[in-house]
Each structure stands twice: as structure tokens, then as C-alpha cells.
Write a protein that binds this ligand. Sequence first.
Ligand code: AMP
Length: 505
Amino acid sequence: MKDTSPRQNEMETEVTTGQVGEKCAVFGVYGTELEVARLSFFGLFALQHRGQESSGIATANGETMMVHKGMGLVSQVFNDELISNFKGHIAVAHNRYSTAGGSKVKHAQPMLAAGASSLKTVSYEDPHPSLNDSVSLSSGPDDGAIALVHNGNLPTTVALEGFLKARNVDTAEFSDSRMMVEAIAARMREGVELPAAIKDVYPLMTGAFSLLIMSRDSLVAVRDHCGIRPLSLAKLNGGWVIASETCAFSPIGAEYERDIAPGELLVIDKDGLRSEQIVVPDPKLDIFEFVYFARPDSQLLGKSVYEVRRNFGVQLAKEYPVEADVVIPVPETAIASAIGYAEALGIRFEMGLTKNRYIHRTFITPEQHVREQGVKSKLTPIKEIISGKRVVVFDDSIVRGTTSRQIVKMLFEAGAKEVHFLVASPPVKYPDFYGIDTPQQKNLIAATKSVAEMREYLGATSLRFLSYEGMIAATGLPENQFCTSCFTGVYPIDIGERAKEVVHS
Ligand code: AMP
């Protein structure tokens, strides 16, 4: 989701964090025999890597709806007492991840809106609660409220704005997610049932969305026609679980059933589960899910994320075999690729960089010097492994180049003789508009520098990226199954007015 308010945009420019886009996690449960809030809590825990900024859970029991959300990690927002207070057999839950410019509890999800014909035309929520505040709300039995959670981003909201303005809803302070929930609620106030309201609004939602929407008595899942962000379904004790990634299923004992298809609308209520393909699908999962986002123990498009990452390393070993003494990964994401590379070439693999696992989000700290300090407090080299060695260091991607530059410096300071920087993906040359947090194009190092210039900037002995073809081959899937926009600048879903922000090389 993104914030489209003018104030927000000013702030973004000030801190040069680029657009407010995010990779988030969504999670939902339906089951009369299930403790849905507690399951959501554990589901969000398993999906914490997809968002660490805010967290929230909403439940419904057929009559009323409750929500609690706040800034911070799942463990900071919820405690046992809060979880125990939730009532209901349906839940939707969310972890949010965004740039600093968008850090506000007003963006925390689930987002509620009044869907009943009689009631309020705007959300229940105070649009300006203070930072670090948490919000707890519940709806009355007649409110007909709906709650929405969103993973993805709508680069253009012109159509939604027009739809809401025509109904006298002021959209000035609304994010894309807020617009979606208000538009669906507006149709419901016009007497349309939830699934039909979603279908009506669907053509207005231009961009990436894996959505879960809960009414008092049903849970609905829907994905954009390209399925840019993942969404999977599992079974649990006669009920159903839906999550951004399959890694959320095994910790709660749920059994993976299938992926929700691009363009599919799935409804779960007291009559069971029914599904409808509401538009012609054009499957294009974001390949960056394999490169960076997803947890290694998840499956995407039927492929193990760990195995694909390992293949990235094996492929790079074919493309660029380096004579080295040791291969080390930048933890965590690059570990599997570094193992694949080291094994393919018979070079020793070591965890030569230690990560402080309690530090988060150096990538999106707005000011550069803070970001640089962040890298140091996150990663420390182990001198005994590095000193006097020809080192191959693996990272999953280079975005701004800040992390890699710091790492190269650290490794030389730790006594490395050579530092070969290998990247398990091609150069990121284009900004993302579908829910990844990337900076503006001018801040993407590969958009402004050649590989030789990047090597020089990093101070590395050599620098090599995985080829684009090699990346695709390593997935074992055809190229046309993927959105590759950050590498190719090909945007499969219209990015509207944002297209003018992109310079094609
Ligand atoms: P940079 O210093 O900007 O080049 O950041 C590159 C590092 O950020 C790599 O180690 C990646 O693992 C990580 N990374 C890549 N994409 C993202 C993202 N969207 N959010 C957070 N971290 C990322």
C-alpha cells in the first residue's frame, strides 16, 4: 500500500526514500473450531520478515468485529492478554513494511470501513493517532463493517479516487489500501453483498494486490490478474488459512492446499469455500520474491525458495568461477546462493560475517550516514576466517550499494587479500511500483553506474552479477511467468502517471 496524501509526498522527497511502497504480509483464518487470533499471531510471527513496521489483527464472530494494531514488531504490538480478548471465528492480520516517510499508525492494517447501508460514510479510525500509538476498536452488531489487509501497491489510484469522489468521499488523506476498503464499503452501502462489491471495484484497482477482506461472517481473498505478490491457501482442523507465504502454515499445523490464482476471488463462509476466476489471469509473480523477500522455507509457484537461491549460486559458478580460498554469504538471504556457488567450485564455505539478528531495516533508514552506521551494527566480520584469504562474498542483490560498500571495506579491514563481490541477481536498474520498498531510480546504483564503475565505488577486487538469463534458468520456470520489472523496466500492470519517473536505458 502507499500513501498518496500530498503531505506524505513532501516528506518523501525530503528524506529521499523514494516512493512509499511496501512488501507486507497478509494472513487470514476462517474456522469455527479455531482460536483465530492466536493463530494469526503465530502466522504474523512467521511472516515478520515481510514487514516490521506495524502489525495488526482483526477478528469477527458473525456479529461484531474487533481490531488491534500498532507500530512495531508482532511481539511489541501483541501480548497474551490482548490475544485472549479477541473473539470470533474469522480473522485477518497484517505486518506492514514501508519507508520511513510512511511510518504512521494511520497506515497500519487491518483497515476498517463501515459497509452497512445505514452507517458512517467514512472510516472509524482517527487518521492522525500519534506515532507508536496503538489502536483498538470494535464495531457494533449493526455496523456491517469490513476489514481489509493488503500486500502490494497500486501505482495509480486515479480510477478509485474518481469512484470515491463521485460518492462524496474525501480521498485527500487516503492511502491506496484505504481507497480500496472505502470503495468496497461504498458499494456495500449501496446494497451490494461483499463479493459482488469487490467485483465491482476490482477493475478500478490498478496495480499489485493480494487482499484479504473480512465481513462479520465471511472471509474473501482476491489477487490482481498477474498475481504479482504471492498468496496461498491451507487447511486446518476443518477450517481454512490464507497467507502471503507458505512458511506461515507449518508453525500452526496447517496443511498447504494450493496457491490462490491470479484474478481469483475466493469466498469462505458458513457454506464453505467457493471460488471464481473473475478476470483472465496473466500470471507474473515478482521474481524478487525468489531473490530477496520470501523466506527460504517457503514454496513459490511450487518451487522451494531455498533450492532456487541455491541454483542462483550454482549458475553463477558456471558464469564466473573465481579462484578463491573461502566463500562467505551476507546473511541471511544470500546463504543458499553462497552454498551453491561454493559447492559447485569446491571452495570452502564459511559464515564469515555474523549478523546481529536483533537489528532490523538498515535498508530503509532515511539518512545515508545512519544507514551506513546501521550496516556496521548489523554485520561483523570474523577475522580468523577472512585474514590473509582471497574471499568471495555473496549478497542477494545490490540496491543503493551502501551495504556492499561497507562490507567490502570491513572485509579488507579484517585482512582479506582479495574481495570478490558476487550478486545472486542481475543489476536492479528500475524502481518497483508493486509493493517492494525500492528507492527512486536515481538512487539505484545500477541505474547510474556501469558494473566497472560500481566495482570501483565498492572498492572490490571484482564484482559480478548473475546474468538475467541465468536467474530465469535457475528458477526452472519460464520467463513469462514472472514480473521482472526491477531488472528489465517491463511493468506488466499499467503504472499510470508513475511511468514518467522511469528512464529506460
Ligand atoms: P543497498 O545497500 O541499498 O545496496 O542494499 C542491499 C541490501 O539490501 C542487500 O543486502 C539486500 O539483501 C537488501 N535488500 C534488497 N532489497 C531490499 C528491500 N526491498 N528491502 C530491504 N532490504 C533489501
